[in-house]
Design a protein around this ligand. Structure first.
Ligand code: SF4
Length: 767
């Protein structure tokens, strides 16, 4: 037996053609709930709307329980008619009865389901297309006998059956494997059983969880294992493992691979960013340029069947191999597979970013899906970025110049946008940035005007650089206007200028509400991190449900003696940085002298890091170098993947000399780096990690002050301390690890910061 909704069923069977991300409006079918409702309001009293239909159909010895909700059931004089409403932003003249066979298929399925349940021998079927801007509509009708509908439904199911059977067999095998699956390690580590139990209970209770689970808790297995068990027990069907970084996605893949070795049969797909996984030099997703886009939808079902028959762990390499074999775009292929897999591993944005989130998950599927959100401390600022939009004046000025004599409509609208930005620049006066008092209604209207004029030009599909420029301006304006729909009192609009460039930004200050909205409908959301601290702050910023969500916090499973902690009470405030250099360099040398080994020295900025590094190297060339053998590494702002690997490879257990590696807090070496055993013997964290004072941070501060919260803590202190905890957290990765942590800043001794130190660092000595 297989339960399936009508829409995904017909979409699977009817997909064909090529990927085409060129500009087009005419075929852009939108959801248009409002347009649907407008049409439904015109129905007669005897007509019904949103009619739920469900029926069981046999095909090739398989039973399909098909369900769906048709938009309308119209009571005509002599017959009943199924009405399927579709809305579009395009021109209705371009839509004929044959344009979208998939729409007929959907409507006919509903007609069959109704006719069968009510023993009707015929039904009428109608497709109603509505233009959302003009409210114009256009309809097509067909009359169908029950036999015709029956034959039609059988023919569709015959195409679907191999895929359905594959999924059914897979799920049976999956559930059997989960039933006998034991925790894949010999013992639970301290805290691990409790954490795994909390995750399971959260899923069973359909709640959310905010978990501060320190390094050593084994957070990947502690979240995945109970979720897999919940799948086996039928509580849920799938989970998303969402992260901010590739390295954490690898950890999730490895955990699933390890569980596979212990007998687990579960399909997982890793989504890699489009520009990384693309087979071509440029991501121009059109059939004329890319052979993997050309005919993609004609071949994708074969590719899916092939990979599902042969693989369970579909990581980047597996996806690339099958995509190449079937001549498929690897990125689109991974997205299509994501809709069928039991586990999806990917970036936060596939769920939370309104611009790229996976849209095909029906509410019913969301209810059976768990979101595991790793390194959730990163999501606050990532979400601010996802829900904000900005644009630059120069793009529109260039469009105005380039289109002169080519398209006066585009010129006039680009000029209007440019003029508005000039006007606000003047209003800024001597300040270089300014928060607007009111939402820029007039500006958004100008942008909408520009979008309309640009569409008329772009629809002509001309080639050339000027079209590329217009497309860029068009997409920027579109992205901006889309964020306008989310804009509320949790946003501000600000303008900033440097010389003749003007930037305007819709800036999301508090992402909690939108994170809640994007995550709505999923059965459970588990937010976890080794540094989700203070928990109250993260619950607030990540949109916890005050009533229903759980929290979980456990101390580090490692003995506090593993790390010897020192605080050096020195001012590292901006104004004191130069004066602090000698004392910091002395601390480094003393450490290397008394406790030789591999060290990471973290700084709040590149400038400060270079200042100290310079002095350190100078001393190593002079007297100090003769006494202490040390190799020195310096992080660079633009390190490639290879350079990063080389940097980390220098941390060897058997190094003959000590190692002094200079890095920045919040950078690539301060999170997600696992230097176990003697690969790392000590960490020095200089400063309390405060983000640089900035216009944006100050807006955040003012906003939360006005909300009766501590704005300075929300904008500066908590994000800063998070970086300190992450950097310091590089040291003790296993029970066997030992080492030294030095925190350099007098603020660490003040009550505010003392409260934010983890328990295992509180037994410190003062230098
Ligand atoms: S392979 Fe690259 S260019 Fe081709 S469709 Fe995929 S992302 Fe686009």
């Amino acid at each position: 037996m297989m339960k399936i909704s009508v829409r995904p069923l017909v979409e699977y069977v009817y997909r064909s053609g090529s990927i085409d991300n060129r500009f087009r409006t005419s075929s852009t079918l939108t959801d248009g709930t409002k347009a649907h409702q407008k049409i439904q309001k015109t129905y007669n009293e005897a007509d019904q709307k949103e009619v739920f239909l469900k029926t069981e159909i046999e095909c090739k010895q398989m039973t399909f329980v098909v369900e769906g909700r048709c938009d309308g059931l119209l009571a005509l004089e002599n017959e009943l008619m199924i009405d399927e409403i579709k809305s579009t932003r395009g021109d209705l003249d371009e839509i004929t009865a044959d344009t979208y066979p998939v729409h007929w298929a959907q409507a006919k399925f509903y007609a069959y389901m109704y006719a069968r349940e009510h023993e009707m021998n015929k039904m009428a079927v109608q497709l109603t297309y509505v233009q959302v801007d003009s409210d114009e509509k256009k309809s097509f009708q067909q009359q169908c006998s029950f036999d015709e509908l029956d034959q039609f439904v059988q023919s569709v199911l015959e195409v679907f059956e191999p895929y359905a059977r594959l999924l059914k067999n897979h799920r049976e095998k999956r559930d059997q494997s989960i039933a006998v699956l034991k925790f894949p390690f010999e013992n639970y580590r301290e805290g691990q059983r409790k954490f795994a139990g909390a995750v399971y209970k959260t899923i069973a209770d359909e709640a959310g969880l905010f978990a501060n689970a320190p390094t050593g808790t084994g957070k990947t297995i502690s979240t995945i294992f109970p979720t897999v068990k919940a799948i086996g027990e039928g509580l849920v069907q799938r989970f998303f493992y969402l992260t901010a970084k590739t390295i954490t996605r690898k950890a999730a893949e490895e955990t699933l691979g390890f569980m596979k070795g212990k007998g687990l049969h579960l399909s997982s797909v890793t989504i890699t960013a489009k520009d990384k996984i693309c087979f071509k030099e440029k991501t121009i997703c059109q059939k004329d340029y890319c052979e993997f886009a050309d005919g993609y939808y004609d071949r994708v079902n074969d590719g899916i069947l092939d990979v599902l028959e042969n693989e369970t762990l579909m990581d980047r390499r597996t996806i690339e191999a099958y995509a190449m074999k079937h001549k498929l775009c690897p990125f689109e292929f991974s997205l299509d597979l994501a809709y069928t897999a039991d586990a999806v591993i990917g970036d936060y944005n596939y769920i939370f970013d309104p611009r790229v989130s996976l849209k095909r998950f029906a509410e019913e599927q969301k209810k059976q899906t768990v979101l595991l959100i790793d390194e959730a401390h990163n999501l606050v600022d990532r979400a601010r970025g996802m829900f904000s939009a900005e644009l630059y004046k120069s793009v529109f000025l260039q469009v105005k110049r380039v289109f002169k004599g080519r398209n006066e409509g585009v010129v006039a609208k680009a000029k209007a946008v440019n003029d508005y930005l000039l006007k606000v620049k003047k209003a800024c006066g001597v300040q270089e940035s300014m928060v607007l008092d009111e939402f820029p209604e007039e500006f958004v209207e100008e942008l909408r005007g520009f979008i309309e004029a640009a569409e008329k030009e772009l629809v002509l599909q001309k080639d050339g650089d000027e079209q590329e420029l217009l497309l860029e301006a068009y997409f920027t304006a579109q992205a901006f206007v889309r964020i306008v729909d989310l804009f509320d009192e949790r946003f501000v609009t600000y303008v900033e200028y440097v010389k003749s460039e003007v930037r305007v930004k819709l800036f999301c200050l508090d992402p909690s509400h939108l994170l809640r909205k994007m995550g709505k409908g999923y059965r459970s959301k588990i937010y976890f991190s080794a540094t989700l601290s203070p928990l109250s702050y993260f619950k607030d910023m990540l949109g916890a449900d005050a009533e229903g969500d759980y929290t979980f916090s456990i101390p580090s499973p490692f003995a506090s003696e593993n790390a010897e902690v020192f605080i050096q009470p020195l001012s590292t405030r901006y104004r004191d940085r130069e004066h602090s250099v000698n004392a910091i360099v002395k601390t480094f040398w003393d450490l290397l002298e008394k406790r030789p080994g591999n060290y990471l020295f973290f700084f709040p900025s590149y400038a400060y890091m270079r200042l100290v590094h310079e002095q350190f190297v100078e001393e190593s060339d002079q007297d100090r170098g003769a006494e202490v053998a040390v190799d020195v590494l310096l992080q660079d702002g633009e390190m490639s993947e290879v350079e990063r690997e080389e940097f980390l490879a220098e941390f060897r257990e058997e190094n003959e000399k000590s190692l002094a590696a200079f890095a920045v807090m919040g950078g690539i070496f301060s999170e997600g780096i696992d230097l176990k055993g003697d690969r790392l013997n000590g960490v020095v964290v200089v400063g309390v990690g405060l983000p640089q004072l900035s216009f944006e941070r100050n807006i955040i501060k003012d906003y939360f002050n006005a909300e009766a919260k501590n704005g300075y803590d929300y904008a500066y202190v908590y994000p800063g301390m998070n970086k300190v905890l992450q950097a310091g957290g590089r040291l003790i990765r296993t029970e066997q690890d030992r080492g030294t942590i030095v925190l350099v800043d007098d603020r660490f001794l003040t009550p505010k910061y003392q409260k934010l130190l983890p328990a295992e660092w509180c037994d410190y000595r003062i230098i």
